[in-house]
Design a protein around this ligand. Structure first.
Ligand code: SAH
Length: 224
């Protein structure tokens, strides 16, 4: 018998482990360091998405865990990572912890968020949890719609080893394929009929390989 409502961050992460959702020590260690209670006030330690504002939610802890697990091999000290639709900032900060942005100046982590108020909300969350990140040149929260990244901005961003998308797209956006580095990995939910499916997309020798994972439920990746 599992309890779904926990009363502390550690008990939430331990319950994900007990339920077999976290079966990877690196995911466990990373998520343990990012207290969900700093990113959402209401029911932070329950395994459920929670409404933020502007029609967006912080994803459920089990979804964060499953996505992070897929990205662990491309998130290392020195990796370049982008969280598209960064929302609360939870996954962006997990990426920063895992790539050790504080110690490793080659690491580069960006959260890209379409709604200005939500981007500001994530900055407040990070101020509460890990304010030191906000003073770095290699960590940024950017208010921007991914579909509106110009050619020049694309050049400036460079290529990413790890791309996480926290909202579901009608089709794979070309911009994300372009931003993916050789041997990099992109995790993105894509609409399929009435459902959404999480995809793992990798680039090897310039070729794109798409792996269909499992059904999910995310908010929409908005075109404008
Ligand atoms: N991983 C985040 C998910 C937040 S919900 C978390 O757990 O907090 C998805 C986010 O994607 C929303 O904040 C929404 O505003 C943002 N979003 C939607 N379309 C976008 C787009 N085209 N470009 C950037 N962000 C977008």
């Amino acid at each position: 018998m599992y309890t779904l409502a926990e009363d502390s961050h550690k008990s939430l992460i331990d319950s994900l482990k007990d339920r077999g959702i976290i079966d990877d020590d690196d995911v466990y260690e990373t998520m343990l360091q990012v207290d969900r209670g700093k990113y959402i006030q209401e029911k932070p330690y329950v395994d459920t998405p929670v409404y933020i504002s502007h029609g967006v939610t912080i994803s459920s802890p089990h979804m964060h865990a499953l996505s992070l697990k897929r990205l662990m091999d491309v998130l290392k000290p020195g990796s370049r990572a982008i969280d598209v639709g960064s929302g609360s900032g939870y996954i962006t900060v997990c990426m920063a912890i895992r790539t050790k942005v504080l110690e490793n100046k080659d690491s580069f982590v960006i959260g890209l968020e379409r709604v200005k108020d939500v981007a500001n909300f994530s900055i407040e969350n990070i101020k509460r949890d890990k304010p030191e990140l906000l003073h770095l040149d290699n960590f940024k929260i950017i208010h921007k719609n991914i579909y509106q990244v110009s050619e020049q901005e694309k050049e400036e961003l460079g290529l990413f080893d790890a791309i996480h998308v926290g909202a579901s797209a009608s089709e794979l956006p070309q911009i994300l394929v372009d931003l993916l580095a050789e041997n990099g990995k992109l995790i993105i939910p894509l609409d399929e009929g009435y459902t959404q499916v999480l995809y793992e997309i990798t680039k090897h020798n310039g070729q794109i390989i798409k792996d269909r994972l499992f059904d999910v439920c995310f908010v929409t990746l908005k075109k404008n």
